[in-house]
Design a protein. Structure first.
Length: 108
């Protein structure tokens, strides 16, 4: 039997982390934006990266890294729909989980 641990609502975690940081706190993680999908299955892509940058995160799509320095109140224009833990392997070959969202305001 294989146990899998994954984050379903990736964007909610990022929102919470921003609120937990202290003034000199730093956060850094691997984040493959290809695993954040819109309701129709397309990757959220550039619009999501732009929204994250606008919310104070540094996003390196080439290295699949996200960073943040210091606290903040983050609101992203996406509503969580659910996750698929059978998404297949990610860029490292490890089992991946795709998180699905709908856009909630003005990024079109």
């Amino acid at each position: 039997m294989t146990n899998r641990v994954y984050v379903g609502d990736k964007l909610a975690v990022l929102t919470r982390i921003a609120s937990w940081l202290t003034d000199d706190g730093q956060f850094s993680a691997d984040l493959d934006l290809d695993s954040v999908r819109l309701a129709d299955g397309r990757p959220a892509g550039r619009r999501l990266a732009t929204a994250l940058r606008g919310a104070g995160f540094a996003v390196d799509t080439r290295r699949r890294r996200i960073r943040r320095n210091g606290p903040g109140v983050v609101s992203l224009p996406y509503a969580y729909l659910g996750a698929d833990d059978r998404a297949g392997p990610n860029y490292t070959g490890q089992p991946a989980v795709n998180s699905y969202y709908t856009e909630t305001r003005g990024l079109r």
